[in-house]
Design a binder for this molecule. Sequence first.
Ligand SMILES: C[S@@+](CC[C@H](N)C(=O)[O-])C[C@H]1O[C@@H](n2cnc3c(N)ncnc32)[C@H](O)[C@@H]1O
Length: 209
Amino acid sequence: MESNIIIFDKNTLEYDRWFEKHSNIYQSEILALKEAIPRNKKGVEIGSGTGRFSFPFKINIGVEPSFNMSKLAEKKGMTVINAVAENLPFHEHSFDFALMATTVCFLSDIPKAFSEVRRILKPQGEIILAIIDKNSDLGRKYEKEKSKNKFYREAHFHSTQEITEHLKQAGFHNFSYWQTLAKTNANEIEQPKRGFGEGSFVVIKAIKN
Ligand SMILES: C[S@@+](CC[C@H](N)C(=O)[O-])C[C@H]1O[C@@H](n2cnc3c(N)ncnc32)[C@H](O)[C@@H]1O
């Protein structure tokens, strides 16, 4: 069985081009993240991939275990460190916020990763996660068709409630949620809504205790 990192390493360009082919989905996701991501603060994306969600929010530091994904992001102007979320290469209190976009489903140890994120955040720092909720239309489809999906074959999807519980355990509080991709056809860009339970793409924001 290939690890997810090798899969992203081997298929970097195909992954990156997906966002151009599915630009309505991509734009809907950016609008949802825009609700959560603070402006003019020092942030890092963990599992930054090719930088598709870093660049729109001017996040120029990333952590990414796939060499080829990070090289492509670096070509576009980001600084990316080859490392994993479970062992972050930063001092404590380094950032105002940390973003993890569709990366939690690939982590080998969620409690360790969330506790690492908490360590590198400043007091009152914010963690912002974007997940495909396993109880949503897309979550159920991805789970069902997992063996046929190159990128999500090794993923373990979670519900918003499960991730919230992990975050509480790791020392986060004050939760906010936004959702998008509530419609099954992607013919138009969707405006995000507060909460979760309808949209497949859920943004979760919490504050360091
Ligand atoms: C679905 S991609 C998301 C990339 C980017 N955030 C985006 O939304 O385009 C998941 C990323 O998580 C990375 N990843 C896998 N395991 C990881 C880990 N333990 N720590 C950090 N990143 C990881 C993969 O290499 C991949 O780039």
